[in-house]
Design a protein around this ligand. Structure first.
Ligand code: XIL
Length: 358
């Protein structure tokens, strides 16, 4: 599917190739992608095709992000709506935008238990292994050589699932047993030997989650002992400004253990929930920034870290639905730019973290 003219103009505008040039920023305004690149890392964000038609946002995204990940366009429910029928139109628009702005691109996810097409669960009852292998081969193979990294398996660990191996009872586990994880990574390696292969999850971040960190390390160690080609751990990085906090000492020790396995580390979906905060936006924004700083200072101090992505760049597209009962105006304020694309204290916290840990 070719890039539409409107999309192309939005892309060119965002690159400052037509329309108003990007507003000059003082030294303090060096974009996050440049701050990350200055120390050999990459910063970026999840984005969605519908957002690229918003030219002001597209410009901000091109300015700040050095890597993109599709928010939903690479979910299997979008990619394979009917068995064997693939639709890459959405993700290809994001790939075109990334290429137009010199950005890297990462894939997410190949194997997950959410956002699958309706036909998949019943098909998996057949235990037809091609449902796993053919999808990964087709999708990862299509972008062979062009992907920075792939979240091959997403959220496979479940401490409350009742299994001794702490694996989540997903349709994949039910159909193929624990070996689905090994097969997914081996198939992805064969499909794209150039991409970093990532195991992605959430739960290692908060200080109180000692058991999740221990189970994750054990999961990774055992996979490596089976020669499963997992190159990196993806920490989703979903934090809560008014919830369980990061314990820097515990996180530092955990990341050192991951590094000792020879693995890289990516922060794949960073945002900081401000629910439960006061009405005062300035106080909420500061709490969000402080929570991110506590986390990123430790993550960026580990030289196994290669990338930080936020799960969106601006509050503009966050769903305000869940906030009406909070009796105050506005949207969630989880991301680096506010709904008007202004940089927030969270943006500064990320900028400082790239500088402070250089
Ligand atoms: C979510 C997206 O934000 C939604 O737009 C989509 O409909 C469903 O997936 N952990 C993940 C992400 O790994 O894929 C999820 O993203 C958020 C939780």
């Amino acid at each position: 599917m070719t890039l539409s003219r409107r999309m192309l103009l939005a892309s060119l505008g965002a690159a400052g190739l037509c329309g108003p040039a990007a507003i000059a920023q003082g030294d303090g305004g060096i974009p996050l992608r440049q701050r990350a690149a200055a120390r050999g890392l990459v910063f970026g964000a999840a984005a969605a095709t519908y957002q690229l038609g918003d030219s002001a946002f597209a410009s901000a995204l091109a300015r700040e992000a050095g890597i993109l990940v599709p928010e939903y366009e690479l979910k299997r429910g979008v990619i394979e709506p009917a068995r064997g029928q693939y639709d890459f139109s959405g993700v290809d628009l994001l790939v075109a935008f990334a290429r137009a702005h010199g950005m890297a691109f990462r894939g997410h996810p190949l194997v997950w238990h959410h956002r699958n097409p309706d036909w998949l669960d019943s098909a998996l009852a057949s235990r037809d292994h091609t449902l796993l292998v053919n999808y990964i081969t087709t999708v990862a193979g299509r972008y062979r050589g062009h992907m920075h990294s792939w979240d091959v398996v997403n959220e496979a660990i479940d401490l409350n699932g009742g299994r001794s191996d702490n694996l989540r009872e997903t349709p994949w586990l039910k159909a193929f047993g624990p070996s689905y994880i090994d097969d997914a990574f081996r198939t992805a390696r064969a499909a794209d030997p150039h991409a970093l292969l990532v195991y992605n999850d959430w739960g290692c971040e908060a200080g109180e989650n000692d058991r999740f960190r221990a189970v994750t390390l054990d999961f990774l160690e055992q996979a490596l002992a089976r020669a499963v080609p997992i190159d990196a751990l993806g920490l989703q990085g979903h934090l809560a400004a008014y919830g369980p906090q990061v314990d820097q000492k515990k996180l530092r020790a955990f990341l050192a253990e991951v590094k000792s396995l020879g693995m890289k580390i990516l922060v794949t979906e960073h945002d900081v929930d401000d629910q439960g905060g006061p009405y005062d936006i300035a106080l909420r924004d500061r709490a969000v920034a402080d929570a991110s700083r506590r986390f990123l200072d430790v993550v960026l101090d580990c030289d196994a870290t290669v990338a930080v992505l936020t799960w969106g760049l601006s509050d503009r597209f966050l769903d305000p639905e869940g906030w009406r009962e909070k009796l105050f105006e506005g949207h969630p304020r989880r991301l680096p730019l506010d709904a008007d694309l202004a940089r927030k204290p969270l943006w500064q916290a990320i900028a400082d973290a790239f500088g402070r840990n250089a």
